[in-house]
Design a binder for this molecule. Structure first.
Ligand code: SAM
Length: 248
């Protein structure tokens, strides 16, 4: 727990500014929760995607993240996914949004999510099979492929929560929540250090490597090379970059 808690205690500062809830993703998650009235949000962060019309409890290890939750948002318990401090079947549903790849023991956390949920588990996650689908990681971060090696596919996740369905979430061109692939059609955004600070892939890189990345991307944007290479995506309203809702 200590390493991941320390990670978001370090990189979580300012999270609520750069990582705003996207209404289209929120609607998809709320629909996936079905009729669940009591919901546990695991790795809840600052509270994005928590439905306001249900009884939500948040679990979050980082006090920096908890401190950024809005007044009046769901009560947060400081704990980790691997050891949820709740009885079996204590909630109708459990959910985790872009969190389980940070857990120290991912399988243990997924089993815990299943244990505490009576009827539904909802995960929003990126499928490792899409490792080459995004120009940024493919063309500018050669180490990314190694860093995520051994990660899970959406089908692996579905199996881990006892079976379920997998739904695509194609990334809108104007995605509001600034996670890794959000700016796929707005490459200039990745030149902004404040944008990069809220993306864990960059927050975990050495400062010199981030500077090299920014310099390479800037050069390709200035020369027109980026536009030549990515011409086919420039008019698309959305793009499937491997984000999935897994509903168990
Ligand atoms: C990318 S943030 C996502 C936050 C939120 N779900 C959202 O969508 O904005 C990942 C979150 O997972 C939390 N986290 C890291 N390790 C965890 C663990 N072992 N158990 C539960 N949450 C964890 C982090 O502290 C962080 O708040």
């Amino acid at each position: 727990m200590n390493s991941d808690r320390a990670l978001y205690d370090r990189i979580g500062v300012g999270y609520r500014v750069g990582r705003r809830e996207d209404p289209r993703l929120a609607a998809a998650i709320h629909e996936a929760l079905g009729t669940a009235q009591t919901v546990l949000n695991v790795g809840a962060g600052t509270g994005s995607y928590e439905p306001t019309d249900r009884d939500v409890t948040a679990v979050e290890p980082s006090s920096v993240m908890i401190a950024q939750r809005r007044p009046g948002s769901a009560p947060a318990v400081q704990a980790t996914a691997e050891k949820l401090p709740f009885a079996d079947g204590a909630f109708d549903a459990s959910m985790a949004v872009l969190s389980d790849h940070h857990w120290t023991d991912r399988m243990a956390g997924l089993h815990e999510m299943r244990r505490v949920a009576r009827s539904r588990v909802v995960l929003f996650q990126w499928d490792i099979r899409y490792v080459d689908s995004f120009w940024l990681t493919r063309d500018y971060l050669p180490d990314f492929r190694h860093k995520v090696a051994g990660g899970m596919t959406a089908d692996d996740l579905a199996l881990a929560i006892g079976g379920g369905s997998v739904e695509q979430f194609p990334m809108p061109f104007d995605m509001r929540d600034g996670f890794l692939s959000a700016y796929w059609r707005r490459p200039e955004a990745y030149l902004d250090v404040d944008v990069l600070a809220n993306i864990s892939v960059f927050a975990l890189m050495a400062a010199a490597d981030v500077e090299t990345f920014v310099a390479c991307l800037r050069a390709d944007l200035d020369s027109g090379e980026w536009h030549r290479r990515n011409a086919e995506i420039l008019d698309l309203p959305e793009l499937d970059l491997g984000y999935r809702l897994v509903i168990g």
